[in-house]
Write a protein that binds this ligand. Structure first.
Ligand code: PLP
Length: 233
């Protein structure tokens, strides 16, 4: 199956999951995770209508964003950083990415704010929340979430738009449901506190294996790689 056809299938499934849970398909954004795709493959996805691309590493993303194949088209494309961000990469990340999904500490937020201020940018961010005990996962723990958002709300060059999570992997996607539901609850709780003058709207949750369940639980951004670009080597 080609990339265009795969994208069409994914879009159809997003629509079906939305309708099934009485949601408007337009409120669910598709982040095409291109970490294993080369610029030619990304260009193919752009031709097939993909508008948002997710990358997990700053340096690899930089090569793609600046590549010849994508330069002409890149005006209307959004690039999202979905992987863990190290402090020494923040400067480049702020130059490259429209949305950073992986802010998970006050120190990192401060550095993003500082670098954004230098280039006069309001950096859109999501706060990554860690809902499981897996040592390999990044993210702020639930109990530190409110305090972190209060701190972020005081940083002038950040615009927090919502939350992101990566649940543990299960073959049975139904097992991820409680994680997604929990993230939604946490967002509702935060919104009830009115930490900012606007509501946090985005919930970045759901990958190739479990995006249907994530949409049923309120996802507004699904991050899909394998189902669009094929298995990673
Ligand atoms: C790789 C990755 C994805 C996409 O995963 P697939 O299973 O290939 O859809 C989504 N989110 C993050 C954070 C990733 O690193």
């Amino acid at each position: 199956m080609g990339i265009a056809e795969a994208l069409r299938n994914v879009r159809e499934e997003i629509n079906d999951a939305a309708v099934k849970s009485r949601r408007v398909p337009e409120e669910i954004k598709l982040v095409a995770v291109s970490k294993a795709a080369n610029p030619g493959m990304i260009a193919e996805a752009v031709r097939a209508g993909a508008l948002i691309f997710g990358e997990s590493r700053v340096q690899e993303a930089e090569k793609k964003v600046k590549s010849e194949e994508l330069r002409v088209k890149s005006e209307k494309i959004e690039w999202h950083l979905i992987g863990h961000l190290q402090k020494n990469k923040v400067k480049h990340a702020v130059q490259l990415f429209d949305l950073i999904h992986s802010v998970d500490s006050a120190g990192l937020a401060e550095e993003v704010n500082r670098q954004a201020e230098k280039i006069n940018k309001i950096q859109r961010i999501l706060v990554e929340v860690k809902l499981s005990e897996e040592a390999s996962k990044h993210g702020v723990a639930e109990k530190g979430l409110t305090a972190l958002l209060v701190q972020i709300a005081g940083m002038d060059n950040l615009k927090p738009e919502g939350l992101m999570t990566i649940p543990p992997y299960f073959d049975d996607p139904e097992k991820t449901r409680l994680y997604f539901r929990r993230l939604r609850q946490l967002q509702d709780n935060l919104n009830a506190l009115h930490i900012t003058h606007y509501a946090f709207r985005e919930l970045s949750m759901g990958m190739s294996n479990d995006f249907r369940v994530a949409i049923e639980e309120g996802s507004t951004m699904v991050r899909i790689g394998t189902a669009i670009f094929g298995e990673r080597k």
